[in-house]
Ligand binder design. Structure first.
Ligand SMILES: Nc1ncnc2c1ncn2[C@@H]1O[C@H](COP(=O)(O)OP(=O)(O)OP(=O)(O)O)[C@@H](O)[C@H]1O
Ligand SMILES: [Mg+2]
Length: 316
């Protein structure tokens, strides 16, 4: 039986899903600020921020090890300019040597499907720890947990990479169909099982916008954002991986009753305001006693409602 949603008056777990660069962090940061302005205790949570946070040895050491291992596996079998990609084993070396930044500088080379497939499972394992040891305790302390990226995204991307690599290799170790058997229960654990957020928000929109925004932000797509370990680096690999992710996100959102915020080619402030109004309305519905209803600042509640109801879908 899936765990009960957090009880009224207790904490609330809010998480954002969507393509790389589509604006999850932007929306999430504004949500944190707005909820704090309303006097709520809000804890932004990400696995990455736990690596260097003030946490006990357990779970921090496990979170660090699993974090490094996802990259190690993802690049397992990859070759950079004739050399096997070797990553530091100790976390201190990992940060000192800027291991993640340097991965972004590698030439793209194909790796084995076993690497990304194992990476997906290690990513999943890390999130089991993160959820139990960081997210649940914050909720039990009545905090509002805001997660800028629902970790299903990372697991899905690694799974898609594994599928791409296995499809490209006839006679390889795993067929795409075999990989599906493994992925289905993992996906259900995120969507309908213990890792399910109280408020799930899919940030959706054209992949071209995500690419343009990401290029405007950092000049290039990131190391986990294209299909470089499957031999398709750069913008084309980004479009392929992100479009495939977006299709799965839609199905996931529909199946598990997520709220969908669709971004448009418009100024960031306008998109953010619409997204915030949508998320605040969903929180108000689940937590009527928090007094958030109609609190958007992007216009009167009536205006916001009239403009958005036709364009936003709430799968429920
Ligand atoms: N609605 C918008 N209109 C214009 N630009 C936007 C919009 N939303 C986000 N951006 C810009 O796009 C870039 C990427 O946004 P952001 O980092 O929030 O995406 P993300 O979904 O969190 O990405 P990631 O998956 O990599 O964490 C940022 O430079 C941001 O300012
Ligand atoms: Mg982000």
């Amino acid at each position: 039986m899936p765990h009960a949603p957090t009880a009224e008056g207790r904490g609330l777990y809010i998480s954002f899903l969507g393509m790389d660069g589509i604006g999850k962090s932007t929306l999430s940061e504004h949500l944190v600020a707005e909820l704090r302005e309303r006097g709520l205790t809000v804890t932004p949570v990400s696995w990455r921020s736990c690596l260097d946070a003030d946490l006990p040895v357990w779970p921090q050491e496990a979170l660090r090890t699993l974090w490094m291992d996802t990259f190690r596996l993802l690049f397992g079998g990859a070759v950079d300019q004739g050399e096997a990609v070797a990553l530091p084993e100790r976390y201190a070396d990992w940060t000192d040597r800027r291991a993640e930044d340097r991965l972004g500088e590698l030439q793209a080379t194909a790796s084995s499907p076993s690497g990304p497939l194992a990476a997906a499972l290690v990513e999943f394992a890390g999130n089991i720890v993160l959820h139990a040891e960081v997210i649940r305790p914050a909720l039990e302390r009545d905090q509002v947990v805001v997660q800028e990226t629902f970790p299903y995204k990372h697991v899905l991307k690694e799974y898609l990479l594994a599928t791409e690599l296995s499809a490209a290799r006839a006679g390889g170790p795993y067929t795409p169909e075999e990989i599906d058997f493994l992925f289905a229960p993992v996906e259900a654990f995120f969507g309908g099982g213990a890792l399910r957020p109280d408020v799930g928000v899919l940030v959706d929109g054209p992949v071209e916008l995500a690419l343009r925004w990401r290029l405007g932000q950092s000049g290039a797509v990131g190391v986990l954002e294209d299909l470089r370990t499957a031999g398709r680096p750069g913008n084309d690999g980004f479009i392929a991986l992100q479009s495939a992710s977006a299709r799965r996100f839609h199905a996931f959102a529909q199946k598990y009753g997520w709220t969908v915020h669709t971004v448009r080619d418009a100024p960031v402030e306008a998109n953010t305001r619409r997204g915030l109004d949508l998320v605040l309305a969903e929180i108000a519905r689940l937590r009527p006693s928090w007094g958030l209803a109609g609190s958007g600042t992007g216009g009167t509640p009536q205006e916001a409602g009239a403009a958005e109801i036709s364009t936003e879908r709430v799968y429920r």
